[in-house]
Design a protein around this ligand. Structure first.
Ligand code: DX5
Ligand code: ZN
Length: 216
């Protein structure tokens, strides 16, 4: 089994002291930083844009895992690449297969990884045609939009099915804590994004280790 990567989602951080929050999870052993971008259209919430990602880039050496929950993501790819993203995830509900292939070529040339995500209600069939272009797949285990929601167990079946047909990395996002991590890892997940469980913990290092050790 590969080493599980843990991606704290800054949506649950205290944005009034974001630099401190980021350095806290970096010191606590995070493998990457999960950054949720929301536009108020694809999801009923608004977060941050490329200007803030650029500032975050200066605050940490962690890989920046940028999760775009926005309509027409292709319009903003250059801005997020220039801001310093290392991984960019688009939702299959927001972009067609041809555009995903164009994106893949563009990101590959820049050394940025492409993730393709799907909502809990979107069947795996919708992404099967682009799996060869995806560096990783992000399975949503809550409805995108907010931190602190309850994990939707249907994600487990999806991970298992995807694992049987896909060799790339599988990331999971939403409602993840130490209790569900083990099942996700056994199902075949490689990257676990968690917001409220890590930023809400008294000890972020302990929280990250508990997620990573979920398999034990
Ligand atoms: C939800 C976001 C998630 C969220 C995770 O739309 O994509 O990354 O911040 O937060 P928790 O772990 O609290 O569900
Ligand atoms: Zn996310």
């Amino acid at each position: 089994m590969n080493k599980i990567k843990v991606a704290p989602s800054i949506l649950s951080a205290d944005f009034s002291c974001l630099d401190r929050e980021i350095k806290k999870v970096e010191a606590a052993g995070a493998d990457m930083l999960h950054i949720d971008i929301m536009d108020g259209h694809f999801v009923p919430n608004i977060t941050i844009g490329p200007a803030v990602v650029k500032c975050i880039r200066r605050a940490t050496r962690l890989l920046l895992d940028v999760h775009l929950m926005i309509e027409a993501p292709q319009k903003f790819i250059d801005a997020f690449v220039d801001a310093g993203s290392d991984m960019i995830t688009v939702h299959i509900e927001t972009i067609g297969e041809a555009k995903i292939r164009e994106l893949k070529a563009k990101l590959k040339a820049k050394g940025v990884k492409l993730g393709v995500s799907l909502n809990p209600a979107t069947p795996l069939d919708k992404i099967k045609g682009v799996l060869d272009a995806a560096d990783f797949v992000l399975i949503m285990s809550v409805e995108p939009g907010f931190s602190g929601q309850k994990f939707i167990p249907g994600a487990i079946t999806k991970i298992k099915e995807l694992r049987s047909i896909y060799q790339g990395e599988i990331a999971v996002d939403g409602g993840i804590n130490d209790l569900v991590a083990g099942e996700l890892i056994r199902a075949g997940a490689d990257i676990l994004a968690a917001g409220s469980y890590i930023f809400g913990a008294k000890d972020a290092k302990d929280a990250i280790e508990r997620i990573r050790d979920g398999a034990k």
